[in-house]
Structures are given as C-alpha cells and as structure tokens.
Design a binder for this molecule. Structure first.
Ligand SMILES: [Zn+2]
Ligand SMILES: [Zn+2]
Length: 395
C-alpha cells in the first residue's frame, strides 16, 4: 500500500526514506482550489497548482481504493449475519446433554464468547459452527481496517516520531481528517451485533428447558460489551457517523433488556429499565432527525423497546429495509459517479456531476452537499480523478 500511495511524493523523506514533513496540505481542498472537474473538461485554474493537485489526486485515489475495498469486504459479512441469525431462530435446540447448573458469562468479550461456545458445543453440538466461523472473519476484518493499521496512520506515527527528533511543521491532527474510520466502526458494530445475537440464542435455548430439567442459573456480566457500545458511540460522534451512533444506542438497549430479563431484584430491574429507556430515546431521536442516514434501524428501535418493557427477549430479526441498505452498499462507489467529500470528510458519489441539488445531504452525516444553482455547499470537495488528470496532463 505504501508503494501504491507513493509516499515520497507528498511527504518529504529523509535519507532512509522515512517521512519527516508533509510537503502538501492534507486538509481537504476547498472547491475553489479545484474549481472544476477533470471529467467535465472544466479548466484547471492555474498551472502552479498542478503539482499540488496531482499529489492530492494520489491521496484521493488511495482513499478511493481503500473505501471500495472496505465496502466490498464488509457488505457480504454484514449480510451473512442476519441470514445465520434467522437460521438459528428457525432451528430448535437439539440438546444432547444437560445444561450446567450455573452459566456464568463474565470477563472479556472473547472470554465470554469462548465460554458460551463451549456450553453450546457441549449441549447442542454444531449449532454455532457457522456463526462462530463468521465471527472469526468479522474480527479479522475489524483488525485489518483498524485506523492504526492504515497507511495514513502509519505515516502520522512516523511523523510524530520524527518530530521528537527535530522541529517539523506538521500538525498530525490534520492527517486524521482524511483517515478512514468507516470500516473500523462498521466492523466494530457488526461484531457487537453478532455477539448480542449469540447471547440471545443461548438465553433462548436455555429458556426452552423442559419442566423435568434443572433450570440453569445465569450470572451475566455485560459490562465489557456495554463499554464497547459506549466507545462505538463516542467514536461515531467524533467522526460524525450517524448510523453507528444509532446502532450503539440500540445495542446498549438490547443489552439492558437482556440484563433486565435475568435480574432478580426489582430495584435493579427498575434502574436497568431507566438506562435502557434513555438509550432508546437517543436512538429514536437520531432516527427521527435523520431518517435517510439511519434507514432500516427504526424497526430495531421499536423492537428493542418491546423487549425492554416486556422484560423478555426474542431473536433480533433484521428487517428487509436494512437488508436492502446492506446490499446497496456492496454496489456503492463501484459505479462511474463522481466522488466528493462532504465537509466532514465523508466520501459519497453523485451520478451526474451537474446534479448536486440544493436539497441533497451527505449520506452519512446529513450535512448539506448541494448549494444554490447546482453548486456544491461550502466545504464539499470534489475528489480528483487521478487517471483522468494523468491523461489530460500527459503524465
Ligand atoms: Zn465532474
Ligand atoms: Zn458527511
């Protein structure tokens, strides 16, 4: 990836090839800088800008490749989960061995999954094979797209190290503006979604006990996964990603509902209910304010509300609308549309360059992208088409 990004062309490098300073601003160009689109044959304003434009194009091009890759890998994983959950829901427990007297789910998330996996394997062999295999792939995806693993972040760290040795003129925070966090947040949310599905399946299997059986006692400690929901929400807020904010609140509410169903003291049950209701209100508020960005999630908010109030839980079936959103995502960015970045740095495409309508909004953060007379709103930037520019400029 480093070679592909041609780091040396926008970072000044030292003798060993490590970047010591940034030779081009990494903050997005304003639309005035670019003025017109290469594809539309509009004139580029002045020759002096070409060098900077080309360096910017390299950056844009690697960002595009990264985003296409993230979507292509994420969408199939995200679509496989609801399918497996549905299959689990339709498969009755075929318990071959008795439940343990106490089921203790505590500790780190991976430890919890391991414990639950063993319990299910010992009682309902093979039931979780496919979903645990999917979990391994989701976990791997999430690790691979971690911001710290991405080239920009590696560059930022190198710059920071270099800065400790000598005075250089870059503010590392600027690099964060172009850092792609989308894949990581999506992967984080998907892993939480999957773990909740596993919890729900185990709890519902146990609830199918026959009257002659010992009913196992649950000791549920969901603090770790609730903390991860809070982190997801904070990161989604920091990067203005509405969808993952709503998901974080929904997951929290689902976890409260699970806790509530297995909690014995009424005082604690009331407290959990209130926490869950707060999470639901936040999710609902975001869905109401940004229906386009949160498509497919309003149903999930409604069903978790029922779960919480009823003190019971059921399989979380993903609705058709969300499935459609996910399958559209697999196609996203793969067409021939023009790439833009909204004022918060989220990439999106517009099929016909001239059609940035006054009413159009960023699909992720709902900020305006269209201005008057089919112009772009302030802060929206047209991504540079590297291939087209190279052609035009005879490079
Ligand atoms: Zn254009
Ligand atoms: Zn945006």
């Amino acid at each position: 990836m480093d070679a592909q990004m041609d780091m040396a062309s926008y970072y000044e490098v030292d003798a060993s090839g490590k970047p010591v300073s940034i030779s081009v601003s990494l903050t997005p160009f304003s639309i005035q800088d670019i003025k017109t689109c290469a594809t539309c044959r509009g004139p580029l304003r002045d020759v002096a800008r070409y060098g900077r434009l080309i360096r910017r194009a390299i950056l844009d091009e690697s960002t595009k490749k990264l985003i296409i890759l993230l979507n292509q890998e994420y969408a199939p994983l995200a679509m496989e989960l609801p399918q497996l959950v549905r299959e689990l829901h339709e498969t009755k427990g075929q318990r071959k061995f008795p439940w343990p007297a106490v089921i203790e789910i505590s500790g780190s998330r991976s430890h919890q999954i391991q414990t639950m996996g063993e319990i299910v394997r010992n009682t309902n062999p093979d039931r979780w094979n496919s979903i645990l295999e999917l979990r391994r792939r989701v976990d791997l995806y999430r690790r691979r797209v971690k911001p710290e693993e991405q080239p920009f972040e590696r560059v930022r760290k190198m710059i920071e190290n270099a800065r400790q040795r000598q005075r250089i003129s870059i503010n590392p925070d600027h690099v964060d503006n172009v850092l792609q966090t989308k894949g990581f947040l999506q992967g984080t949310a998907l892993l939480i979604r999957l773990d909740i599905a596993l919890l729900v399946d185990l709890l519902s299997l146990v609830s199918q006990v026959r009257s002659s059986d010992i009913i196992p006692r649950f000791e549920l400690d969901l603090q770790k996964i609730k903390d991860d929901c809070q982190t997801l929400i904070h990161q989604a807020v920091a990067h203005q990603r509405l969808l993952q904010q709503v998901e974080g609140h929904i997951f929290l509410a689902q976890l409260y509902a699970l806790e509530r169903a297995h909690c014995l003291t009424s005082e604690k049950r009331n407290m959990i209910l209130r926490n869950g209701q707060v999470a639901i209100q936040k999710a609902q508020g975001l869905c109401d304010a940004h229906p386009g960005q949160t498509r497919g999630l309003a149903d999930e908010v409604r069903s978790v509300e029922k779960m919480l109030r009823g003190g019971t839980f059921y399989t979380i079936i993903t609705n058709e609308e969300r499935i459609q959103v996910l399958s559209a995502m697999a196609q996203e960015f793969s067409g021939t549309g023009h790439w833009y970045y909204c004022r918060n740095g989220h990439p999106f495409t517009i099929g016909d360059c001239g059609l940035a309508r006054e009413t159009s909004r960023c699909p992720e953060c709902d900020s305006p992208v269209g201005g008057e007379h089919s112009l772009l709103a302030d802060g929206v930037r047209h991504a540079v088409d590297w291939d087209l520019d190279r052609e035009r400029l005879n490079l």
